[in-house]
Design a protein around this ligand. Structure first.
Ligand code: SF4
Length: 354
């Protein structure tokens, strides 16, 4: 079991962020914020998919005005993503943001930051200090060595955090992202050692989903396995539901996902030359027909009876395929043999019996 790094607890509305709470999956809306109806639909879809916080960009005052309306219509707390404009930050806080994200690369003036802090204190809004390597002017050249980059990001982070602490504001979440896996891992390890605040993890500009998922899983997975990370977002140039799905898979793989309700899990063997049925097709058919069950059940679809029964011994129900038929096992005990055409109906019948 992974031992989480100890942090303080930060409250983003009713959602608690930190080591004594489950890791929070979040994503961002990808429709214009001023299109309130579409934005609300996307937020609610993300909430149903498992996001406990959703971030919305508010580049203009029309966006913060829309944000105020969206907050009223959705079921999850919202984060306002602010760049460049201290006024947007204050508007978003007053509009009901549970948390705002500030980028030290583009909001630097201490007086403006003090105004934001004062507003956040009044409205009990959490703040994420999100350093993005790409938005720090001194780090734009690609020739700067990794060590120097890490040192510079840490220096920026320390300076920024000090501004908040001097004003006794500690409802902070920290993040440092880059598009480079190793640098993101290294900088977050350093931040974890230096500060007691929760950390938000992500790999930025990761690419299309097929390109983004492995680097994101490796980066986030490495840090999470070390106990680092209290909220996560997988960035991918795709529907945000895809981001959420990848983020959840990373947490599930590490035993860190705590769903609001128990869920049905399906495992499938990778298939090999021993399989005498098209297992991928069968697994897809099974998945498509599975009812919506909120029970912690495990179903296995295996390609043969050589290794299948043993490898699926801990499944509540396992199908082990053979030529033109399948053997059905319940908790490791064989209970039926069915022809290929009856495999899915038999599985559904047995599932009901469970
Ligand atoms: S369960 Fe059988 S078919 Fe599937 S990968 Fe293992 S040995 Fe191959």
């Amino acid at each position: 079991m992974i031992k989480r790094r100890k942090t303080i607890t930060v409250n983003a509305g009713p959602v608690k962020i930190g080591s004594s709470s489950p890791i929070v999956v979040q994503s961002m809306t990808k429709v214009p914020t001023v299109d309130i109806a579409r934005c609300v639909r996307q937020v609610n879809k993300l909430a149903r998919a498992g996001c406990r916080l959703v971030r919305i960009a508010v580049p203009t005052c029309a966006d913060t005005a829309a944000f105020a309306k969206i907050v009223q219509k959705v079921s999850v707390p919202l984060i306002a993503d602010v760049h460049f404009s201290p006024s947007r930050a204050i508007e978003a806080i007053e509009a009901g943001a549970a948390k705002i994200r500030l980028n030290p690369g583009n909001i630097k003036d201490p007086k403006s930051i003090h105004r934001i802090i004062d507003a956040a204190k009044i409205h009990k809004t959490a703040i994420r200090i999100g350093v993005n390597e790409a938005s720090i002017r001194n780090l734009k050249s690609r020739d700067i060595p990794a060590q120097k980059r890490t040192a510079f990001v840490l220096k920026e982070m320390k300076k920024y955090v000090a501004l908040f602490e001097r004003r006794s504001f500690t409802q902070l979440v920290l993040s440092a992202k880059s598009s480079d896996c190793l640098r993101t891992i290294e900088i977050n390890r350093r931040i974890a050692k230096l500060f007691g605040y929760p950390i938000h993890l992500g790999l930025t500009h990761a690419g299309l989903p097929e390109d983004a998922q492995i680097p994101s899983a490796v980066t986030l997975g490495t840090l999470l396995a070390e106990g680092i990370g209290d909220t996560i977002r997988v960035s991918a140039a795709a529907n945000p539901l895809v981001e959420t799905q990848i983020a959840k898979q990373v947490l599930i793989a590490l035993g860190l996902y705590e769903p609001a309700e128990p869920r049905l899990e399906m495992i499938v063997c990778p298939t090999c030359a021993r399989a005498q049925i098209d297992i991928t097709r069968l697994a897809r058919r099974v998945k498509k027909n599975l009812p919506d069950i909120n029970k912690p059940l495990r179903i296995a679809v295996m390609g043969c009876i050589v290794n299948g029964p043993g490898e699926a011994a801990d499944a509540d129900l396992a199908l082990c395929a053979a030529k033109n038929k399948a053997y059905v096992y319940r908790k490791g005990r064989r209970i039926a043999i069915v022809p290929e055409t009856k495999i899915v109906p038999e599985l559904l019948k047995q599932l009901k019996n469970l």
